[in-house]
Design a protein around this ligand. Structure first.
Ligand SMILES: Nc1ncnc2c1ncn2[C@@H]1O[C@H](COP(=O)(O)OP(=O)(O)O)[C@@H](O)[C@H]1O
Ligand SMILES: [Mg+2]
Length: 205
């Protein structure tokens, strides 16, 4: 199978927990490499649940999810977590090293990736020195560096002030270049606008 066969098809997907009410129903979507799609809806509407279904961690109570050519799945959560004393560059070089790049090449590709995420001048900084927005952009840069087929981003701006959130929203569209299917769960209007399209779980409730 060629790498370009990577896609994900949801057909009439719905979910309820136990005997509770339907969180959402009849969600049908076809997602391809390079798509950056927002999942929106208020807190409790089932965004994280749908991400887990898409990832294959949770079977939906109705409908089907077909995954084609998806081998590597990467998650980014609302709280950035890194190695406090390690440099920003190291965080992004690591996934290149893991895939067999030599140190110098991994550092070069890390710096190139950091540039795309507005962190070119932070390469030498230790993780603990970064602001909240910088740390979250680093998580996105590292996610891109892992070259995932499916990238699931859960509320990337929920813990940030408006100014920091703006810097994170400003790099989301760049995730399309990672060549992954990108799903971003969020109720932040700017985050949603930064994506190519949005799926509103309220409409599907
Ligand atoms: N493992 C679980 N078991 C039972 N109920 C759950 C579980 N996970 C989430 N829920 C419930 O499902 C609803 C949707 O949760 P969630 O998907 O986290 O929404 P969102 O991410 O949009 O805030 C909430 O009412 C939550 O309490
Ligand atoms: Mg959630």
């Amino acid at each position: 199978m060629s790498v370009d066969d990577v896609h994900l098809t949801l057909t009439d997907v719905g979910h309820r927990w136990g005997t509770g009410p339907a969180l959402f129903q009849d969600i049908s979507l076809e997602l391809h490499r390079g798509d950056v799609v927002a999942l929106t809806g208020p807190s409790g509407s089932g965004k994280s649940t749908l991400l887990s279904i898409v990832a294959g961690w949770l079977p939906p109570t109705t409908g089907t999810v077909e995954r084609h050519g998806i081998r590597r799945i990467h998650w980014v959560f609302q709280n950035p977590h890194g190695q406090p004393r390690r440099s920003t560059r190291d965080h992004v070089a690591y996934p290149f090293l893991v895939r067999g790049a030599r140190r110098r090449e991994a550092d070069r590709r890390a710096d190139e990736t950091l540039g795309r995420f507005g962190l070119a001048d932070k390469a030498e900084r230790a993780f603990f020195e970064l602001s909240g927005g910088e740390a979250q952009r680093l998580m996105l840069a590292r996610a891109a560096a892992t070259a995932p087929d499916l990238l699931l981003v859960d509320e990337p701006t929920a813990q940030l002030d408006r100014a920091s959130a703006r810097t994170v929203n400003g790099v989301l569209a760049g995730l399309a270049e990672a060549g992954a299917i990108v799903l971003v769960a969020s109720h932040d209007a700017d985050t949603i606008r930064a994506c190519d399209r949005a799926v509103d779980l309220r409409v599907a409730a």
